[in-house]
Ligand binder design. Structure first.
Ligand code: HEC
Ligand code: HEC
Ligand code: HEC
Ligand code: HEC
Length: 164
């Protein structure tokens, strides 16, 4: 130990390199880390204000239900109960704010239903899926299915307890 302390001179160079490296690191860090980083947590505090500036585009289902009681009731009782209005109708915050000035276009059924129901082996097997072209025979899905309550009762349902 004593000998080691006597020969400490050889430690000066690596120590110097280490301290210089640390200095360079601190200078670069000060230059690239944004000022508000760490203000509230491990993120940029100013990001909160930036996000707040973005316009809100989704109104949320609770809003739709207040004015569209009929569709809401039909949907809540059917197989699309868990699919929220704006998942199909798209973001409608502007419509909810001023319904008459921003009347929404109805969804394009030809692309809408496929988006969720086209058969795909990657989907869980319990999820209702069809080869849409074969299944519909080229007809519009809504010729047979009510979009807000799409289940069609079949003989297999009798006694099986399957809902609408
Ligand atoms: C403040 C009440 C109000 C809210 C909230 C509201 N709507 Fe509406 N909505 C209306 C009214 C009123 C109309 C009819 C507008 C017109 O034709 O002048 C309408 C029309 C529509 C239409 C077009 C109907 C058609 O026959 O073309 C759709 C689709 C619709 N709303 C969906 C939604 C969805 C989805 C939401 C939730 C994001 C929503 N609305 C929120 C009042 C509301
Ligand atoms: C699974 C997709 C889907 C969901 C979820 C959905 N809609 Fe629709 N909605 C449609 C389609 C498709 C049409 C157009 C039907 C047509 O073209 O005949 C439609 C039509 C409408 C219309 C026009 C009038 C009518 O009844 O046809 C209103 C209003 C409406 N939806 C409101 C809502 C509201 C409110 C919710 C949520 C409570 C909702 N929709 C949820 C797909 C959906
Ligand atoms: C955003 C995804 C989404 C869209 C878009 C959508 N669906 Fe669905 N659909 C679902 C979910 C989720 C279920 C319920 C699955 C479950 O819980 O069993 C469902 C259930 C169904 C069922 C019931 C199957 C049964 O058990 O009888 C039918 C039929 C159906 N959808 C048809 C349609 C049609 C027609 C359209 C277009 C108007 C459509 N869906 C659009 C997600 C969607
Ligand atoms: C000619 C009428 C008709 C048309 C058009 C039609 N369907 Fe169906 N669909 C049915 C009937 C009847 C059933 C219930 C019997 C069954 O499960 O095959 C059904 C069942 C379904 C199911 C449930 C399958 C399951 O495994 O539970 C889904 C999902 C579905 N249809 C989606 C669609 C989509 C998406 C379209 C448009 C591309 C469409 N359907 C067009 C008549 C139709």
């Amino acid at each position: 130990m004593r000998r080691f302390l006597q020969d400490w001179a050889h430690l000066l160079l690596p120590a110097g390199v280490l301290i210089a490296g640390l200095g360079v690191f601190l200078v670069i860090r000060a230059a690239v880390v944004p000022k508000s980083f760490g203000e509230y947590g491990h993120y940029r505090g100013a990001a909160l204000e930036m996000i707040r500036q973005k316009p809100v585009s989704y109104a949320g289902q609770d809003m739709c239900v207040m004015c569209h009681d009929d569709q809401a009731k039909v949907k809540a009782a059917g197989k699309h109960a868990t699919v929220h209005c704006e998942a199909c109708h798209g973001p409608l915050a502007k419509h909810a704010e001023d319904p008459a000035a921003n009347v929404p276009k109805l969804p394009d059924v030809a692309v809408l239903c496929k988006r969720c129901h086209e058969q795909d082996p990657a989907k869980p097997s319990w999820f209702p899926q069809v080869v849409t072209a074969e299944h519909s025979g080229g007809m519009k899905c809504t010729e047979c299915h009510q979009p807000h309550s799409p289940h069609i009762a079949t003989e297999a349902d009798a006694g099986s307890g399957r809902g609408k």
